[in-house]
Write a protein that binds this ligand. Sequence first.
Ligand SMILES: O=C(O)CCC(=O)C(=O)O
Ligand SMILES: [Fe+2]
Length: 315
Amino acid sequence: MILKGRESCSPRFSPYLLPSDVPEVLTHLKNHGLNDLQSRMFTVAKEYFSLPLDEKLLYPITKQNEGYISLGQEKLDTAAKQNEAGPKVLIDQKECYNILKRTTKDDVPKILQENFALIEEFRWRSYSLCMQLLKYLAISFEIDENYFTEKHDWSADGGDLLRLLHYPPTDKTAIRAGMHSDYGSFTLLFQHENEGGLQVFDRHQNEWYNVEPCEDMCVVNTGDMLEYWTNGFVKSTIHRVMPLINNQDKDRYSIAFFSIANNHTLLTPIKAKFLVNGYQIYQKDEHAKDVFDYENRKVITAGEHLQMRLNRTYK
Ligand SMILES: O=C(O)CCC(=O)C(=O)O
Ligand SMILES: [Fe+2]
């Protein structure tokens, strides 16, 4: 089920697509089996975000990356600078609630507590779907099919994250979520019909394109960890959320699940035959130089990488 850029497809990886040129691996995933849970999750998220701000602030974001992130607290595009032509407000115009894999019913606000069985199921099913994708990816690279999934052990320490997002009405002087790549391996993005704004950077055409939201499909992004493991062969998806003319004055909701490798996992490249033939030299990408500009990249663990990215993101 890996296809390039704009194409959508059925949920199957094709190993034959991998050895060709895969600039970024973004695709829509259909028949993922989460549709019903997804719409119930959106109802809960809307109810949660409609709470008064002081109630939401009772569960502020922690060092472990759990809890409420208020409007203006996160700046995903850490390199963004103001310029004449661009948006004037560079801090993300969004609020989020982060739920970790360790988060229990006792850790969350009442409205989430009341729906925790649903949240737990959604979190687990999203994780399982990512594990399936990681298996397909390993098979595509002709390495042990459990190679990646073993690095995502649910019972080990790690940053896997379910995130509820709300973008309040804004205008074109602001950005909703700045340009960034995700920090983990695969990300699943669940979106609402008619609530567009997600854009992906096409490195070949050097342009942004809109990812149309389809309620029965989720968007799959590749994250930094896959870029490290494949030595830059699979690129992490550079994306952002912009106010669009037809919806900037409306609320936008989305839900993301980030699969993230266990803290102790080293991000050293895999030994796959495709990578030996021509991909052993990692090329830093122009649009990701802030993201990948780390010294001693090869000894970084997933936990260190995550912490570094989080430190840069929060104001
Ligand atoms: O809201 C979206 O569609 C994207 C959110 C996102 O990219 C993120 O939280 O990392
Ligand atoms: Fe993202």
